[in-house]
Design a binder for this molecule. Sequence first.
Ligand code: PLP
Ligand code: SF4
Length: 336
Amino acid sequence: MNAHPPHIWTDWQAQQRAARISSADLLAAVGLSAADFPAGVIAAPEFPLSVPPHFLSLIRPGDRHDPLLRQVLARGEEAAPQPGRLTDPLAEADYRAAPGLLRKYRSRALLIASGACAIHCRYCFRRHQDYGETMLTRSREAEALAAIAADSLIDEVILSGGDPLSLPDARLAALVTAIAAIGHVTTLRLHSRTLTTIPDRVTPALLALLAGTRLRVVIVAHSNHANEISAEVAAALGRLRAAGITLFNQSVLLAGVNNDAATIAAHCRRLFAAGVLPYYMHLTDPVAGAAHFDVGEAEARRIEAGLRGLLPGYLVPRFVREVPGREAKTPLADLS
Ligand SMILES: *Cc1c(COP(=O)(O)O)cnc(C)c1O
Ligand code: SF4
């Protein structure tokens, strides 16, 4: 069923380019049709489809409920009227400290290192962003780095996006070198969905670059279901671990993907087997077009309690919601 056997793809940038796919081709690749979805499928959505070949190969053919397919297929539900839902649900525009730099929390600064992602997740809270305005570009880099250098409270710089691992190695290396030159920064963190969607991104050059910096390196992988942690993904994560990098995973609690304790427990165990600890389980943000992924707070509390019975404490992710204006992410238990 898969038009692109994963083994022929070794060039990660070619995989990134090959990820653009039409709704019709995605459905054909997994042996389904629009008629399998009660609210239909959007043929040409404004936020276009993007599904890297490796991720596509992990979708079970013929299963319209497949949890990976649900994350990438533009279903008719996206077009339903969604009153009260926002295009910038986190009010991120309020936290722009310099172009490309978000400063919400005291000790950590976040760089929007890239506006691109290999995969397009239908639940994405940044799906409506015009990255042209907010992204870090080479010409704006100096201003953002100067703002970090001027503030000694910042000891951790987070590369996010979009996806920072969609950048070529040379650009990433230049950025890491510039950050390492700021004396009070001790830790470099990358948030990336690429590790689990294009595991070939973990090239020897990337490993050398991350192992070679004076900074402590933390990577927070983004994945939502055990089926995403293939043997290839586990091997890529293992290479990062062997290079001395600390690995975490964050997920989004998504209806129809991972909204039950047994599914999350299986995912957390698979992650741990690959040397990765669960970090956050995010409740969805009220972004327009993604209401069909929402899991209510009451259900989230039941799932969290269920997980405590299934997993050792160190494998239970922290259930949180992003509340604009707070000093840190808010634990589910503290939400009213
Ligand atoms: C989530 C986030 C961080 C990191 O928060 P941690 O709790 O340290 O993971 C930093 N900056 C912004 C803007 C964030 O949204
Ligand atoms: S990888 Fe992250 S930023 Fe990119 S589309 Fe998915 S959720 Fe959004």
